[in-house]
Ligand binder design. Structure first.
Ligand SMILES: [Zn+2]
Length: 340
């Protein structure tokens, strides 16, 4: 019986119906009450039990193939008949299709990825729901750090803690747990914080972080990489400055400012008359973070940086209210149709 089915499968495969009538004949041959399939299903009852499983599977396959064949011929003949129907006026103008545009955050995200990919950084992404280890502990956040508080972080479960990631840094941990250096990655993604929504803060925003781990990576490498990024992103004349800062997962840590895009450093209301605007945090990866990921901190060093995509986008396009990114107001979004 199996041989017979195999033979029929081959026959179906090569069958071509030239019109609706032939399709109908094909259907009757296989699927009618006295058709091949009903005959086979009758025979199936009488075969030995040990053959039932394999034969049954083949038989079902045959049935599916027949149905698929009929469906495909039917739809192709219907399409042809609709086309040849004289009531369709082919000279009528086509329906207007409105072209969409990328969201401004996607435009800037893609620009950032493009800039770093030109110097060898590849993209890594991971989950938005994280555990405490990857979001806090492995990154050196002490037990009593305020970020672990319900006021700042949106928890899904407590003990063990499951939460919406507050930054994309857990992806850095996951990459370091899996990969051996050299590592050169950027991490774009959505992050969540328990913030009241205002023109300057939102409970959802987007980050791009970066990580470079290898032998002999120095602070000079970090500075040069960020200078390259700033010039590519904001223009050749852009200058950067690094100020000391603190993060649990980098040592030393810094904040990076770029010369104001609007006034070029002379002072204006965007830069609050300082000539500089802050765009990201950065630093050398703390050796204890390497230890947490089983990377030998005596052999390897590395730098990390992170920026908010909203902040870069607001600076680039002079957007003054963060909420506009999430309201889906077409009057706002349509302004970016030409931006690619
Ligand atoms: Zn300015």
């Amino acid at each position: 019986m199996q041989d017979k089915i195999q033979h029929l499968l081959k026959e179906i495969e090569s069958f071509v119906a030239r019109n609706q009538e032939e399709t109908e004949q094909f259907r009757l041959k296989y699927l009618s009450k006295k058709g091949i399939l009903s005959e086979l299903f009758t025979d199936f009852k009488n075969i030995p039990a040990e053959q039932k499983k394999a034969t049954g599977a083949l038989l079902n396959d045959l049935k599916t193939r027949v149905q698929e064949k009929i469906d495909s011929f039917k739809s192709s003949f219907e399409a042809v008949s609709a086309f040849s129907d004289s009531s369709v006026d082919l000279t009528k103008p086509a329906d207007h299709i409105e072209t969409g545009a990328r969201h401004p955050l996607s435009i800037v995200r893609n620009q950032i990825i493009g800039i770093f990919s030109r110097i060898g950084f590849t993209v890594a992404e991971d989950r938005e729901i994280e555990d405490d280890w990857h979001n806090f502990t492995a990154l050196n956040f002490p037990e009593e750090h305020p970020a672990r508080d319900m006021q700042d972080t949106i928890f899904i479960e407590k003990n063990p803690d499951i939460l919406l990631r507050t930054h994309t840094s857990p992806v850095q941990i996951r990459v370091m747990e899996k990969m051996k250096p050299p590592i050169r990655k950027i991490f774009p993604g959505r992050v969540f914080r328990n913030e009241a929504i205002s023109a300057r803060a939102h409970c959802i925003f987007h980050q791009v972080e970066g990580l470079y781990v290898d032998k002999d990576v120095s602070f000079a490498d970090l500075k040069q990489t960020l200078l390259y990024f700033a010039k590519e992103m904001f223009g050749e004349k852009t200058e950067i400055r690094l100020r000391p800062s603190f993060f649990p997962f980098t040592e030393p840590s810094g904040e990076m400012d770029v010369s104001c895009l609007i006034c070029g450093g002379k002072g204006c209301n965007i830069c609050k008359y300082t000539g500089w605007v802050e765009i990201m945090g950065c630093g050398m990866v703390d050796p204890s973070v390497f230890d947490n990921c089983h990377i030998d901190s005596k052999i390897y060093t590395g730098f990390a940086f992170g920026m908010g995509i909203e902040r870069i986008t607001m600076l680039k396009y002079q957007i003054r209210d963060l909420r506009l990114f999430f309201e889906n107001d077409l009057r706002f979004l349509k302004q970016f149709t030409g931006a690619y």
